[in-house]
Design a protein around this ligand. Structure first.
Ligand code: ZN
Ligand code: ZN
Length: 539
């Protein structure tokens, strides 16, 4: 469902979107260095010494030493990213003189080579062009922030912002006004710095965006006009299942007789490789509900095969810091690092032309293959009594028939994270104009899918990575056959209070920066009946 190549500036932005999400996890490996302590002289006898209890990890980098030029980073992954950017990003000064079409300076822009001493990123072909570029000031401080964040994640310090709370105390209601109040009312460790906020918001944006939209205390309300009257019907139906009838206690016992909430996350990529304990944070917002998450898309991450070597818990497991990325990747990195010389470069996949499918995820002990059930590469994990996760690596229209008869607006909803409706399809062109079709109308992307979702009458929630991105997707609704005129708004387009606060920088052009899940909106298939029976008339 996603784009493959780009040829124009607008396509370049499209790639920024595509690359933003996988970057999210590829860029952060806080446990890598903790799992792989420096090889000090460890004697045979010292193996039998009792380990001191819960030692605080020794940071490799201190807080005042987080800035490094990419080429001089102590971390191979950062150096590898710098090298990838050097091969992909054109010098903006060369490029602008190229645009002026001076007949004598018709050369292609040179690749970036020179690293800005203030932000550390390779930004220009030469020091001269760096010095000549007045525009770079606009980006430099953000780029420096990202540089320091990347080093902080790998610094080996204890990342308290990734220590996630357990069940919510029933006496205390959760507030969804913004990240700060949410963290406070959900008993997260206090986020003392902007950097902690960026790390934590990036980790949690997928589950908490969903939770904050559907929860009865959502910040999206009729009074602030983010929720429409039509939308409030959809929400009332979902909340009946999520929370139970008014006044009933929200306890695990109350969930016993309830149907599962099914959340279909279509076109899933990085979100499908978030560790289940991060998705559990969604469930903990709804103590009386049962959840089944379905990740469906060609880039859904599947568990590694059961035959591959078992992955024993690293001995440093007592450091209670959940990884902000698929633990799988951490383990891979750790075991790879254990076998190879420490200096060997990690594989770094610049996700420019096609964002890579996230690495296989950890095989949970209860994971089972689901290929016989769904007919596509897939797995299911009953993670907790409250949470089941299924992943299917396929296009949604391949499995729709299996669900078609079962959709129910009281229990089912769709979430599409940055689907790129308004971007041109890389593969499908209009028969009449030969222009690329927008992905929302393209037979190879969302064209066949959206009418099916609208027919279900279940709500469809969508995110975008910037104001322009949301606007582009929303505008495309008006042009798509089977979509235009066929939906009601549920949530009006606008900012998502639970977007990531971290800038994601594009490898192909470090001036392109976006924030994951910046905005959110929702729609639902139009109601056709003018008169409805009472009681069952919601849809
Ligand atoms: Zn240049
Ligand atoms: Zn700079």
């Amino acid at each position: 469902m996603r784009g493959k190549a780009f040829a124009s500036p607008s396509m370049a932005l499209h790639i920024a979107r595509r690359s933003a999400v996988p970057r999210l996890w590829a860029a952060s490996r806080p446990q890598l260095y903790r799992a792989c302590p420096p090889r000090t002289s460890r004697t045979f006898l010292s193996l039998f010494k009792r380990k001191p209890t819960k030692p605080e990890p020794q940071p490799i980098l201190t807080e005042d030493n987080l800035f490094h030029l990419f080429s001089q980073s102590p971390f191979p992954a950062v150096r590898a990213r710098g090298e990838a950017i050097r091969t992909l990003a054109p010098c903006p000064v060369c490029a602008s003189s190229h645009d002026h079409a001076d007949a004598h300076v018709k050369a292609e822009p040179r690749a970036v080579q020179f690293e800005c001493p203030d932000c550390g990123w390779p930004t220009h072909c030469s020091e001269e062009h760096w010095a000549a570029d007045e525009e770079h000031k606009k980006y430099c401080s953000r780029l420096r922030e990202v540089n320091e964040d990347e080093h902080d994640l790998r610094s080996g310090r204890r990342l308290r912002e990734f220590e996630l709370p357990g069940p919510q105390d029933q006496e205390n209601a959760i507030s969804f006004s913004n990240w700060d109040i949410f963290w406070y009312t959900r008993n997260f460790p206090s986020m003392d710095t902007e950097r902690s906020r960026r790390h934590a918001s990036k980790l949690l944006t997928y589950p908490i965006t969903i939770g904050s939209v559907i929860h009865q205390y959502s910040y999206l309300t009729l009074s602030n006009q983010r929720l429409t009257p039509e939308g409030s019907r959809s929400m009332a139906a979902l909340r009946y299942t999520l929370h139970g009838e008014t006044g009933t206690p929200e306890t695990e016992e109350a969930s016993a007789l309830k149907p599962q909430m099914r959340i279909f996350i279509l076109g899933a990529r990085a979100e499908s490789s978030l560790p289940p304990h991060v998705w559990e944070q969604l469930c903990l917002l709804f103590p009386a509900a049962l959840f089944h998450l379905y990740f469906i898309g060609p880039q859904v991450s599947l568990p590694k095969p059961p035959s591959s070597s078992p992955t024993p818990k690293p001995t440093t497991a007592e450091a209670p810091s959940p990884s902000p990325e698929p633990a799988k990747e951490t383990e891979n990195q750790a075991s790879a690092a254990a076998e190879k010389p420490a200096e060997e470069k990690p594989t770094y996949l610049p996700n420019v032309y096609e964002p890579p499918t996230p690495a296989p995820i950890v095989r949970h002990k209860r994971a089972r293959e689901s290929i016989e059930r769904y007919g596509v590469p897939s797995y299911t994990v009953p993670y907790t009594p409250q949470l089941t996760i299924t992943g299917m690596q396929c296009n949604y229209d391949e499995v729709h028939a299996q669900f078609q008869e079962t959709f129910d607006p009281y229990t089912d909803l769709f979430f599409l994270f940055s689907p790129g409706f308004g971007f041109p399809s890389p593969t499908s062109v209009s028969e009449t104009t030969s222009e690329p079709l927008l992905q929302i109308a393209s037979p190879t992307e969302w064209g066949p899918v959206l009418p099916l979702l609208l027919a279900s009458k279940c709500p469809i929630f969508v995110t975008g990575f910037s104001p322009a991105d949301v606007e582009r997707d929303v505008k495309s609704l008006a042009t798509a056959p089977g979509v235009a005129g066929e939906f009601d708004w549920v949530i009006t387009p606008g900012e998502n209070a639970f977007g990531s606060e971290k800038w994601e920088v594009a490898d192909f052009d470090p001036r392109v920066m976006v924030k994951t899940n910046w905005g959110v909106w929702g729609m639902r298939g139009k109601r056709r009946d003018v008169r409805e029976r009472s009681g069952f008339g919601l849809f």
